[in-house]
Design a protein around this ligand. Sequence first.
Ligand code: DAH
Length: 336
Amino acid sequence: MSTFFEQVDPLKNQAVQAIESASSLEALEEVRIQFLGTKGSFTQLMKGIGSLSKEEKPLAGKTLNIAKRELEQAFETRRSSLELEALIPKNSTDFTAPGRRSWLGNSHPLTQVTRDIVASFRKIGFAVADGPEIEDEYHCFDALNTPSDHPARDSQDTFYLDQPDAPLLRTHTSSVQIRVMEKQEPPVRIIVPGRVYRRDSPDATHNPTFHQIEGLCVDKNITVGDLKGSVEFVFKQILGKEVKLRFRPHYFSYTEPSFEIDFSSPLVKKMGKDWLEIAGCGMVHPKVFETVGYDPEVWSGWAFGFGIERIAMIRYGIDDIRLFYENQTGFLKQTG
Ligand code: DAH
């Protein structure tokens, strides 16, 4: 055997080692040129076949081809693993971090509107609060200064449950005002997005369950001006700068004075109307403060409540509330 054959294995091993330790795609390419390029050492060895004897040539050709294939194989394996490594971010990734946005589909229109309202209130210092959907009469009515002969407590309007300590489904998110004030000393700045229930038969504008956002602000020297300013800021953020609001005197047992808010904008005009009634609000009634143990001589506050479906219907030009609950993908895609 000539020295030719003795060179093949060491050179191949040297090349495989260099391939496997190449730390980048560029380094790997250099290794490839070094061994398999036109002037590469492996290529040079192949060229040496010409000077071998006639008997040695076939075996030499075969040996080199096997070795070359092995090298190419090692080269491909290393290349694909380096390519994969290149896809992994250099800085370590925190896989427990919450996703920044969903990668599939879009949020339900009611979720989108709720998020936008919450985001606007957060900008002016409000935090989100929560409370139970299965409520008692005290938090839903009594503590809100709603006497037992008030029509809101009529069993025609409220779903009553057959259990002693939590006997009804809340008809509004106002119950959470009480729950928060019971637990917390003033000042308070909260909003409460949540589901409410009423014994309405479903039609284009009613559904036995829908969603509200409640707001409550308690501090020293809070005035109707603060109420108007805050509500106006949020409505302009979610429904456009052209929004106009009108506060009409109204009655709610837990606020005094109380107002209903009408709202006008190009979106309302599109619906063929000048004004739409959109929310109830007012200055927290002193009796409510007394009930939760806040001194009404020291603290004042405002509260509001409005329907999320209503806002979403105006925003997206939807004329039937039932569409929100039917899960038709065709409808849901339109608000994406
Ligand atoms: N709870 C009322 C409703 O469901 C809305 C409301 C009106 C909430 C006035 C308030 C308020 O906080 O002050 O229609």
